[in-house]
Design a protein around this ligand. Sequence first.
Ligand SMILES: Nc1nc(=O)c2c([nH]1)NC[C@@H]1CN(c3ccc(C(=O)N[C@@H](CCC(=O)O)C(=O)O)cc3)CN21
Ligand SMILES: CC(C)C(=O)C(=O)O
Ligand SMILES: [Mg+2]
Length: 282
Amino acid sequence: MRKKSILDLQSMKKKGEKLTWITAYDFPIASFAEQAGIDMILVGDSLGMVVLGYEGTIPVTMDDCISHCQAVRRGAKNTMIVGDMPFMSYQISDESAVENAGRFLKEADVDAVKLEGGRRMCSRIRAITDAGIVVCGHIGLTPQSSGVLGGFKAQGRTVESARELILDAIAIEEAGAKFLLLEAVPPEVTEYITKKLTIPVYSIGAGASCDGQLIICGDMLGLFQAFTPKFVKKYANLAEITISAIKEYCDDVRNVKFPEDKHVYHISEDIAEFEKLFEEFK
Ligand SMILES: Nc1nc(=O)c2c([nH]1)NC[C@@H]1CN(c3ccc(C(=O)N[C@@H](CCC(=O)O)C(=O)O)cc3)CN21
Ligand SMILES: CC(C)C(=O)C(=O)O
Ligand SMILES: [Mg+2]
């Protein structure tokens, strides 16, 4: 399959074709996602929780993100990749935001960057877009500002909160973002924003009435055990499969059932010669 561009995303929106989007943080999952025919990959700063074991996304650094984006690109050469800008890589100034967004493209060959926030981030979105970089907006539950939100809480459930989201969405499109992610937002609000905006609108926990869906690989594969948001559908339980495989390996080793003859390298000269060698060291 050919790598998608923002033109494909736009035409899919027009035709009502749903876009499929999943996170990946490493070479194997990226490669499996591409083989499965996914449309787009996010290297989320959720890597901090899903693969590094932090309790939130705040500790994740630019270097973490770049290194995981590089691994994902090596695994999915023909897939559109979005790099997620980590906390403090774009909050300080337009200049440092552009510089860090540029690193994702120069060092990790991603196709777009995502950053959290609505009107308060529009100057960043404009600056990065003006540098020639595709930006994805992200509003609703924004994990990097969960302190201000009072936790990992759904957004837009009241009329007043929905109004803020709609104003943010419109401002993000005007600032030049090429697509928008809504996280943990009621479907009614998602549907309104999706119809209101020209750019594609995608959902993670924001219902079906938009232009496509994102899911966290660790959640859908059952690799992440700390919590399961309401919006997750588990398609596999790789934790269970992995634990039972490692248990079986431990049993085999303890009972000398592994390795077997087929797992070893055989000598290529007469055994008698080896016996002589071993005699030498007696
Ligand atoms: N594995 C994983 N999955 C995610 O969806 C995810 C991450 N990590 N890390 C970054 C953020 C954090 N996110 C979260 C974290 C917790 C909830 C959660 O527990 N939500 C509750 C309460 C919602 C509310 O009170 O409004 C839920 O029941 O869904 C949701 C999204 C989404 N992102
Ligand atoms: C939770 C999603 C939207 C994200 O930003 C991430 O995976 O980091
Ligand atoms: Mg993120």
